[in-house]
Design a protein around this ligand. Structure first.
Ligand SMILES: [Zn+2]
Length: 277
C-alpha cells in the first residue's frame, strides 16, 4: 500500500478521486487544509471517507485573512481523523510583504502542535533560514512538504526530526532534487502528490491526483536503484512513524477493535474496510 502524505481533495470530485486512489493502491491520503474554512471542509471529508485523514492550519499565503482565533482549531484536534497541523510555514517567494505576519502565524500553530504533540506539515519556500531557526525553538516533528533544498538543508531538517515530502517535482527534467535524495537514507523520505498541482512526468501540466503516487515511486526506484517494493514499504512505514494518529488508526483497525465502527461510516459501493487495506 502507498500513502499520499499531502494532497488537496476537492469535494465535488472526492468520490471518484478516492476511488481512483484506492484502485491504484494508494489507500491512505492526508488532505491538507490552508485556512479555517478548508480545515472544516477537510475534516468533514475525512469523516466520509475512511482512507482520508486531515491536517488543519493556516497556509502562509492565507495569513492576511487569519484573525488569530485558535479556538476552532483547538476544538477540531480531538477528532481522530485530524492527524497533523498544516500546512503551515513561510513563503517568501509569493508573499514578500507579510513576512512578520507569516512568522507570527507559523509560531502560533507550532505552539499548538507542540501542546497537543501533533506532527506539523511545513511549507517553506525561499525561507529556509527562518524556517530552520524557528523550528529549532519548538519540540515538534513532522514533514517538510514539497522539499526542494540542498543536501545540507535536508540534513538540518532530518536532525530536527523531520522527513522530506517528495512529489512530482523530482521527476521534472530540470530538477536536481534526485541528486540530493541519492545522499539521503530512504528512512527520511515520504511520498506526496500535492494534488491537484505538480503532476509528475509524463503527466506534467495535467490535473494531479493521489492515484499518481506510483509514478513518483517508480522514478525513485529507477534513479536510486532501490526495488519498488522497498520504496513502497519504507515510505509507508515512515508515514506511520511520523503521524502517530494514523498508525494508531491502522493498528486498531487491522486488529479489529474499531474496525466495526469504521465500517459503519457510510462506505460507498458497499466496500468493507478490508477492501481498503
Ligand atoms: Zn499543499
Amino acid at each position: 500500500m502507498f500513502i499520499d502524505s499531502h494532497c488537496h481533495i476537492e469535494e465535488d470530485v472526492a468520490e471518484k478521486y478516492v476511488d481512483n486512489a484506492i484502485n491504484n493502491n494508494v489507500k491512505i491520503m492526508i488532505n491538507a487544509a490552508t485556512d479555517l474554512k478548508t480545515s472544516i471542509e477537510a475534516l468533514e471529508l475525512s469523516r466520509k471517507y475512511p482512507s482520508v485523514f486531515t491536517c488543519i492550519g493556516v497556509h502562509p499565503e492565507e495569513v492576511k485573512e487569519f484573525d488569530f482565533d485558535m479556538k476552532p482549531f483547538r476544538d477540531m484536534i480531538s477528532n481522530n481523523k485530524v492527524v497533523a497541523i498544516g500546512e503551515i510555514g513561510l513563503d517568501y517567494y509569493y508573499e514578500k510583504d507579510t513576512r512578520d505576519l507569516q512568522i507570527k502565524v507559523f509560531r502560533e500553530f507550532l505552539s499548538l502542535a507542540q501542546e497537543f504533540n501533533l506532527p506539523v506539515v511545513v511549507h517553506s519556500r525561499n525561507a529556509t533560514d527562518d524556517t530552520l531557526r524557528i523550528l529549532k525553538e519548538y519540540k515538534v516533528k513532522g514533514v517538510i512538504h514539497c522539499f526542494s533544498g540542498s543536501i545540507e538543508t535536508a540534513r538540518e531538517y532530518i536532525k530536527l526530526g523531520f522527513v522530506l515530502g517528495i512529489g512530482g517535482v523530482v521527476t521534472f527534467k530540470n530538477s536536481k532534487l534526485i541528486d540530493v535524495l541519492k545522499e539521503i537514507p530512504l528512512e527520511y523520505i515520504i511520498l506526496e502528490t500535492d494534488s491537484p498541482y505538480l503532476s509528475p512526468e509524463p503527466l506534467r501540466g495535467s490535473v494531479n491526483e493521489s492515484k499518481n503516487i506510483a509514478l513518483i515511486a517508480n522514478f525513485l526506484s529507477e534513479q536510486l536503484n532501490i526495488n519498488i517494493d522497498e520504496i513502497r514499504e519504507k515510505t509507508t512505514s515512515n508515514v506511520f512513524r511520523i503521524f502517530d494518529k494514523i498508525s494508531w488508526f491502522w493498528y486498531n483497525c487491522s486488529s479489529g477493535r474499531i474496525r466495526k465502527q469504521w465500517e459503519n461510516i457510510s462506505l460507498k459501493s458497499g466496500l468493507l474496510l478490508q477492501d481498503y487495506f
